[in-house]
Design a protein around this ligand. Structure first.
Ligand SMILES: C[S@@+](CC[C@H](N)C(=O)[O-])C[C@H]1O[C@@H](n2cnc3c(N)ncnc32)[C@H](O)[C@@H]1O
Length: 430
C-alpha cells in the first residue's frame, strides 16, 4: 500500500497543514508493506515564486517520524497527463480539460491527480524515473491512500471521474482518501481570489440546489413586481466576483441603452468576467450558458449577449459607492463575505443601499452561519456569522422586501460551515 501525505507546493514552506497530514499518517498503522509517498507540486506555482527548500522540508518530515520512501516532483507527471487526456472517453470531460489547457497552457490539478493514481496503480507499467528521494519502483502498488486537507475534495473527486472515463474504473476501489479539516490561519488578500477555482467549485459542475432556489425565488418575485422589461437605466452588481447569474436574472429589465456596472475589488475577477463576456473563454462561457438556459426556462429572457452589450467592469469597493446613483443594485455574498465583523457588514450594506435611488430595486444574497471560505488553494476569506433574523432586521431599515432562505440539497455541502443562503428582493423606501 502507498500512503501519500504532506502534499506541498514549491512556493510553500512546511506548515501546520503538513503537521496535520503527518498526524493522520501516523494514525494509519505502519506495516511492512507500506510505502510513504510525497508529491511536491513544482508545476502549478509561478517559477519566480518557487521558494521551497526541499532539504529543509524533508528534514522536517524526518524529525516527525514521517520521512518518505519516495518523493516526486509533479512536473515528472506531465507525459502521463498527456497520455490520460488521450484516453478519456467522455467527450465533454475531455473537451473541458483540453479547453483548460488551451486557455492557460497548463494542465489542471485533477488531471495530474488522475495520472498520478493511474501511474502508481500500474496502469502504465512500472516505468523508472527520477525522484527527489527514494526509487520510483516503490511507487507501484495495488492500493493507494491519500491524506489531504478538505479543501482538495473537489479536484480529487474530479480526478476519480477522469479515471473512470479512461477505462481504469476497476481501479477506483483501490483508491482511498483521508480528508482532514484545515483552515489557513490568516485571511487572504482579495487579489488572491482565484476566480476559476471559485467558479469550478461553486457554480461549475451543475446548478446547486441553493442557487436553483435563489433563481426561482428571484424570478418569481420580479415577475410579481411587474417591472417593465428594458426599464432600468443604471444598475450595479457590487462585489460581482466571477458570478454572472445575478446579472442574468436582471438582464432583460435593463434598457438597451442602459448600463450595468460590474464592480469588484479583485482584478482577477474582473479579468475573468471580461473573458467570458468577450467570449474568449469557451469553457467558462459553457458554464454560464447552463444558467442562462435555466433562467429562460423559468420565463425570464436572460441574455449573456445582452450582458456583453450593457456591462462594463469597474474596480471599486462596496464601501465607496456614489449615493443615489443606481435604479437597481445586485450584491450576492459580499457584505457578509469580506469581513468577520457585524459592524462592517452593516457599513457595507448601508453604503450599498445608499447608492440606490428612492424606490430603487435591490436583489441581494447573504450566507447564513458562515465561518469563512476559500477561493483557490491555500486561501481563506472571512465571513460574518449571520442569522436569518439578523439579516431581516437590518434590511427593514431600508425598504419593503420578500426574503427566502435556501438550504442545500442532501450530500451537496460543497462549502463547509454554513447553514444556508438568504436571498432578498425588495424596493427601497420612496
Ligand atoms: C464571496 S465572493 C462573492 C462573489 C459573487 N458575488 C458570488 O455571488 O459568488 C465576495 C466578493 O467580494 C469581492 N470584494 C471583496 N471586498 C470588496 C469590496 N470592498 N468591495 C467590493 N467587492 C469586494 C471579492 O473580490 C469577491 O469577488
Amino acid at each position: 500500500m502507498g500512503i501519500e501525505y504532506a502534499h506541498i507546493y514549491s512556493d510553500q514552506q512546511f506548515s501546520r497543514q503538513h503537521e496535520r497530514g503527518i498526524a493522520e499518517l501516523l494514525k494509519l498503522s505502519a506495516g511492512p508493506g507500506i510505502k510513504k509517498i510525497v508529491l511536491v507540486d513544482d508545476y502549478s506555482p509561478d517559477p519566480s515564486s518557487q521558494c521551497l527548500d526541499i532539504r529543509d522540508f524533508l528534514r522536517n518530515l524526518s524529525r516527525r517520524n514521517a520521512a518518505p520512501d519516495v518523493a516526486v516532483f509533479e512536473s515528472e507527471l506531465v507525459p502521463y497527463c498527456e497520455a490520460v487526456l488521450e484516453l478519456i472517453a467522455n467527450k465533454k470531460l475531455k473537451k473541458g480539460l483540453s479547453d483548460y489547457y488551451g486557455s492557460r497552457l497548463k494542465y489542471p490539478c485533477s488531471l495530474f491527480v488522475a495520472a498520478w493514481y493511474l501511474l502508481r496503480l500500474g496502469f502504465f507499467g512500472t516505468p523508472r524515473f527520477e525522484c527527489i528521494t527514494g526509487s520510483s519502483e516503490h511507487l507501484y502498488t495495488d492500493k493507494i491512500v491519500t491524506i489531504l486537507p478538505d479543501s482538495y475534495m473537489v479536484p480529487e473527486a474530479r480526478a476519480l471521474e477522469i479515471i473512470e472515463s479512461t477505462g481504469g474504473s476497476t481501479l477506483l476501489e483501490n483508491i482511498e482518501h483521508v480528508f482532514f479539516a484545515h483552515q489557513e490561519e490568516n485571511y487572504s488578500d482579495f487579489d488572491d481570489f482565484d476566480a476559476h477555482e471559485y467558479v469550478e467549485r461553486n457554480y461549475g459542475c451543475k446548478i446547486r440546489s441553493e442557487d436553483r432556489q435563489i433563481i426561482e425565488f428571484v424570478t418569481s418575485v420580479l415577475s410579481d413586481m411587474g417591472i417593465a422589461p428594458d426599464s432600468l437605466q443604471r444598475v450595479a452588481d457590487v462585489g460581482v466576483g466571477p458570478n454572472l447569474y445575478p446579472a442574468m436574472l436582471i438582464s432583460s429589465l435593463i434598457s438597451n441603452g442602459g448600463r450595468l456596472e460590474l464592480i469588484d475589488i479583485g482584478a482577477k475577477n474582473l479579468d475573468y468576467l471580461e473573458q467570458v463576456l468577450n467570449r474568449t473563454d469557451a469553457e467558462q462561457l459553457r458554464t454560464w450558458k447552463i444558467y442562462e438556459d435555466h433562467i429562460r426556462e423559468l420565463g425570464l429572457p436572460a441574455g449573456l449577449k445582452k450582458l456583453s452589450i450593457v456591462s462594463s467592469t469597474t474596480m471599486g469597493s462596496i464601501y465607496e459607492l456614489e449615493p443615489n446613483r443606481y435604479d437597481a443594485v445586485l450584491s450576492f455574498f459580499v457584505a457578509d463575505s469580506i469581513t468577520d465583523m457585524l459592524s462592517e457588514f452593516v457599513e457595507a450594506t448601508d453604503s450599498l443601499m445608499n447608492s440606490l435611488q428612492p424606490d430603487g430595486l435591490f436583489v441581494v444574497a447573504h450566507m447564513v452561519g458562515s465561518h469563512g471560505y476559500s477561493a483557490g488553494h491555500r486561501t481563506f476569506f472571512p465571513a460574518v456569522n449571520l442569522t436569518l433574523e439578523k439579516i431581516e432586521e437590518i434590511y427593514t431599515r431600508y425598504g419593503s422586501f420578500r426574503i427566502r432562505m435556501a438550504t442545500c440539497g442532501s450530500g451537496e455541502a460543497v462549502r463547509e460551515g454554513y447553514d444556508g443562503m438568504v436571498v432578498i428582493v425588495g424596493k427601497k423606501f420612496a
